[in-house]
Design a binder for this molecule. Sequence first.
Ligand SMILES: C[S@@+](CC[C@H](N)C(=O)[O-])C[C@H]1O[C@@H](n2cnc3c(N)ncnc32)[C@H](O)[C@@H]1O
Length: 197
Amino acid sequence: MVEVFTPTASRQLSQMFLAIVFFHGSEYLLAVAFHGRPNVTLASLLISKHYLFAMIFSLLEYVVEVLLLPELKEHWWISYLGLALVIIGEIVRKLAIITAGIAFTHLIRTHRDERHELVTHGIYRYMRHPGYSGFFIWSVGTQIMLCNPFSTIGFAIVVWRFFYQRIPYEEFFLRGFFGARYDEYAKRVSSGVPFVS
Ligand SMILES: C[S@@+](CC[C@H](N)C(=O)[O-])C[C@H]1O[C@@H](n2cnc3c(N)ncnc32)[C@H](O)[C@@H]1O
């Protein structure tokens, strides 16, 4: 019988499980901390149908490759590079959430809340969308960590495309809320997502 749970597979799958639980659990807890329990729904766990589909696809790819091409998973330096990206992405995203505080809502605001201020300090001094940049790094990192070539490319394309469309939409409202201050900020600071100006 072919052994699926080699020591490498056990390590990679455990890291993936911990990465997912920590990412979504901390998203939820931070949302509760900043917005209060009654204003936070399970949507704050950020688990959509598309996301579930992508994660299931990546686990299927992993299992098929462990069975047919187990040596592919033994590139330990690729796997550890992925783990490093998971940790970096997590830190960048959580710094964004903590820095923006109540300004960081999982749903894009289309009407200005009176307490909503423009955030340009901390990590927002270096990029305009650290939350998205962090998620991009984290999600692609999970697939590099699993040594999943197809899902690495797939995640990079799908997540990038999502932010490529979302950022102009979000910034349309931010320019409406903060006017010239946001224009000046956007001229000075890049988005933080590759090839999104
Ligand atoms: C999911 S958060 C993402 C924030 C940011 N795009 C990021 O990646 O860190 C979306 C909300 O953040 C708000 N937002 C984004 N950038 C902001 C900024 N620099 N200052 C204040 N609010 C901001 C938007 O109005 C939106 O409702």
